[in-house]
Structures are given as structure tokens and as C-alpha cells.
Design a protein. Structure first.
Length: 73
């Protein structure tokens, strides 16, 4: 199945806010780590997440601020 990559997506677009099945990659730009965390946490979906960073310390710090998983169930 071909992969769909969508760039220049804005946070208020439906594709950024709704759960999408496919192989689909949505790219959102951000200017700061705080903005990236807000974007990641700004959806009602978030069963899992992944972080890539320049160092393990940065990745761990960022990941600790993500709201993912089943903690509210």
C-alpha cells in the first residue's frame, strides 16, 4: 500500500485533529519545544507516541510531557 505524506498541515485542519488510518504521515511545523508539546497534546487521540531527538536526555524530557496511553481509562 502506498504511503501518503501531507506537509504544510495546520493544527486546525481536520487531518491534524482526527484519527487517520492508512499509512499516513502528517507534518506540522513548530517553532519551539513548548509548541511541539502543545501540538502533540492538542488532540483527543494519543494512544501512543514516539520521540526522535538529538540526545537521549532531550527525548526523555520531551516524552515525559506527552499525554499518551491509557491512564484515563
Amino acid at each position: 500500500m502506498p504511503i501518503t505524506i501531507l506537509s504544510d498541515v495546520q493544527p486546525d485542519m481536520e487531518i491534524a485533529r482526527e484519527e487517520v488510518f492508512g499509512p499516513v504521515l502528517v507534518i506540522l511545523r513548530y517553532k519551539s519545544e513548548a509548541e511541539a508539546i502543545a501540538l502533540a497534546n492538542g488532540t483527543k487521540y494519543g494512544l501512543s507516541g514516539a520521540v526522535w531527538a538529538g540526545s537521549p536526555e532531550t527525548a526523555t524530557s520531551f516524552a515525559r510531557n506527552l499525554k499518551t496511553g491509557l491512564s484515563d481509562v
